[in-house]
Design a protein around this ligand. Structure first.
Ligand code: AMP
Length: 397
């Protein structure tokens, strides 16, 4: 069974083609700058060098057409005919409270996703465009939607409700939704496999730390709380997003800096976080380098990030009444030896003990806690595409 996984952004489209027989990636690629000058496709057939073609790509429909051509290419392609394609799985950011699991896409589901556009005005329209472009190009191929929010639908209302007038929840769906659900699901289940214990018996804190970051309490395989909220702005400091702040600061900054609401929104989403604190970059590698040169604001940014992670680990251990494992994943979680070490430092009192020699790894699965540690610490590279491919296979049979 061959499954194409698609992750559409507003001006980009990532794809992977899986052979589910052995769960092998046959090809993958990225279409960038859709609708902008300099648009291109970078395609890699597994085992060969990547090929890049710069060509006008006015919209997602044209992007999908290029992807299908690349998959059929004589040298770099992996399909001899599109009829070999059994299904397409899409990453969709927001399904509100409508879907708690992945679903096969039909007109009813599409209507529900369109209703969720006010909850994710930047992401859902791009996801919908991708689905519609595939429907046009491959009208007979079944499609599945896998939602970033779905895994968090098991949160109890005590964890998802905000202490605002209750009517806002009823009228507008104002509540915590949480994101990166596919990644949290994958690493929590993989951690259980690595530890050789049933996920139903484990209390795990999963730390997805990338350009966007979220931390989730996974109790018995289910999300019971997560650091992102109504939007992906909440939680620990991120590349350019502020994470948790006092909400009164929105009005204070608008008034003192004479900024519009849109300007403050932009400031909190694009100019804050690690970039705002360090003044150097949103990229953790640059900040680590600057901190090593002795830049005090970069040092502070790293310490603030580690402190934020540590506080969530403690909070979620309290929320679950204990903790068996902490998992680090995504760009920073998989690669930053220093952030992992700083986040775990001082948590020995609750059984979290990092082994510094084991922790000196990047981008590979490992248990990095000491043998005697009560709480296991794991590094697990995330694989959201594989979860999408598996769910798609399950739903299309
Ligand atoms: P992601 O959004 O998951 O792609 O993660 C992006 C973040 O991971 C950026 O802040 C990168 O600087 C960070 N990252 C990637 N590789 C490394 C590395 N080798 N060391 C430290 N941070 C890294």
């Amino acid at each position: 069974m061959k499954i194409l996984v698609i992750n559409c952004g507003s001006s980009s489209l990532k794809y992977q083609l899986f052979d589910m027989n052995g769960e092998k990636v046959l090809a993958k690629g990225l279409v960038e700058r859709i609708g902008i000058e300099g648009s291109r496709i970078k395609h890699t057939k597994t085992g060969l060098e990547a090929v890049t073609e710069e060509t006008p790509i006015p919209d997602h429909k044209a992007g999908i057409k290029l992807v299908l051509e690349a998959l059929l290419d004589k040298k770099h392609g992996v399909l001899s005919s599109l009829s070999e394609l059994n299904a397409v799985g899409h990453r969709v950011v927001h399904a509100g409270e409508k879907f708690a699991t992945s679903v096969k896409l039909d007109t009813k589901v599409m209507d529900a996703l369109k209703e969720c556009i006010p909850l994710a005005p930047l992401h859902n329209p791009a996801n919908i465009m991708g689905i519609e472009a595939v429907s046009e190009a491959l009208p007979k191929v079944p499609q599945v939607g896998v939602f970033d929010t779905a895994f968090h639908q098991t949160m109890p209302n005590t964890a998802f409700i905000y202490a605002l007038p209750y009517g806002y929840y009823e009228k507008y769906g104002v509540r915590r939704y949480g994101f990166h659900g596919t990644s949290h699901y994958y690493v929590a289940h993989r951690a259980a496999e690595i530890l050789g214990r049933p996920v139903e018996k484990l209390k795990i804190v999963t730390c997805h730390l990338g350009n966007g970051s979220s931390i989730t309490a996974v109790d018995g395989g289910k999300s019971v709380d997560t650091s992102m909220g109504f939007t992906p702005l909440a939680g620990v400091p991120m590349g350019t997003r502020c994470g948790d702040i006092d909400p009164a600061l929105v009005g204070f900054i608008a008034e003192t800096e004479k900024l519009s609401f849109e300007d403050v929104d932009f400031l909190l989403n694009k100019k804050s976080g690690m970039l705002g604190l360090s003044g150097v970059s949103s990229d953790l590698r640059d900040i680590e380098e600057a901190a090593e040169r002795g830049e005090p604001r970069s040092k502070l940014a790293l310490q603030a990030l580690a402190y934020g992670i540590k506080k969530y680990i403690g909070a979620y251990a309290a929320a679950m009444g204990g903790i068996d494992a902490v998992v680090f994943t995504a760009g920073i979680g998989e690669n930053s030896v220093a952030v992992r070490a700083a986040a775990c430092e001082g948590l020995e009192f609750m059984g979290i003990e990092l082994d510094n020699a084991r922790n000196a790894i990047r981008s590979k699965e490992a248990v990095v806690s000491t043998d005697s540690a009560k709480v296991k610490i794991l590094v697990i590279p995330t694989d959201e595409e594989l979860v999408i491919a598996r769910d798609t296979k399950r739903l299309v049979g």
